[in-house]
Design a protein around this ligand. Structure first.
Ligand code: SAH
Length: 263
């Protein structure tokens, strides 16, 4: 189905209607702005995370214990959608590289990406998270026999970040794009395309609400539904080649879905 004319209704976490996605983002855009012209929406998100303890339990909102199941399903998806490509690269002696977006304390890198890629770069706007990532031997890849390393730690928000051209096999974006407006998310996905090697993929892994979207007033983010994510991917002019649900998480959490996106 075409994405044109799709409407997603939102409510806040107290159940109050906040209008359609277009009305909601238009209100955010019309609202208070920072000196650089970006909406105050973004400042509120960063202010929230600046107060959160820089550890795995902090970035996962007290659900640090799901990190193992998360890493396991990540590895399976990577193998299924990109295993052959990565093997061919290695066979030809080429280095592989991944970008960990909204990396927090480097949890996704340390538990998963560093196992699979020669080089991993992290991009994260909160300084105390990025410092914790840099100080973590597992994230950095210290003393690994395979020589895999975290190479670059970029302190920037995704709405401003521009990946280096043609550097990455995978751009991994997990649990952070609820902070981005639709327009900034679409624009970021398009910039990711430039950052990919031929045959590379974007993997997006996010919570799904049952329909429309839910606004989180505390951390200034939204949770999009599955249809809403498909709409965003289509709006970016890209193809979702595979999507699947995370398994083995506690039932009180949102459904979590992984999208493999070909630009
Ligand atoms: N992806 C990591 C961290 C999840 S917590 C993991 O799965 O462990 C959410 C992260 O999004 C935090 O690190 C927060 O600082 C980051 N974040 C908030 N606003 C952001 C923005 N505008 N751009 C990129 N990351 C953002």
């Amino acid at each position: 189905m075409s994405s044109a004319g799709r409407v997603f209704r939102g409510c806040d976490d107290l159940g109050r209607d906040v209008g359609t996605h277009d009305e909601f983002w238009a209100r955010v855009a019309r609202g208070a702005k920072r000196a650089d012209g970006k909406p105050l929406w973004y400042t509120k998100g960063i202010e929230y995370w600046d107060e959160v303890t820089a550890d795995v339990d902090g970035v996962l909102g007290g659900f640090g214990h799901v990190s193992g199941a998360d890493a396991r399903d990540n590895a399976k998806l990577l193998r299924d959608v990109l295993g052959d490509t990565l093997e061919a690269r290695r066979a030809s002696g080429e280095k592989t590289a991944a970008l960990d977006c909204g990396a927090g304390v480097g949890r996704v890198t340390g538990t998963f990406l560093i196992e699979h890629f020669d080089e991993v770069d992290l991009v994260e706007p909160c300084g105390h998270f990025l410092s914790a990532a840099k100080a973590d031997a597992q994230v950095c890849g210290d003393n690994r026999e395979d020589g895999h390393r975290a190479v670059n730690f970029f302190k920037e928000p995704l709405e401003e970040f521009k990946p280096e051209k043609g550097r990455y096999d995978v751009v991994w974006i997990q649990w952070c794009v609820g902070h981005l407006t639709d327009d900034d998310l679409v624009a970021f996905l398009r910039r990711c395309k430039e950052g990919l090697k031929p045959g590379g993929l974007i993997i997006l892994k996010e919570n799904n609400t049952a329909s429309g979207f839910v606004l989180d007033l505390e951390d200034s983010s939204i949770t999009r539904s599955h249809d809403y994510f498909l709409y965003i991917i289509e709006k970016a002019g890209m193809t979702c080649v595979e999507h699947r649900l995370q398994t083995g998480f506690p039932p009180e959490l949102f459904q979590v879905r992984m999208y493999a996106i070909r630009p």
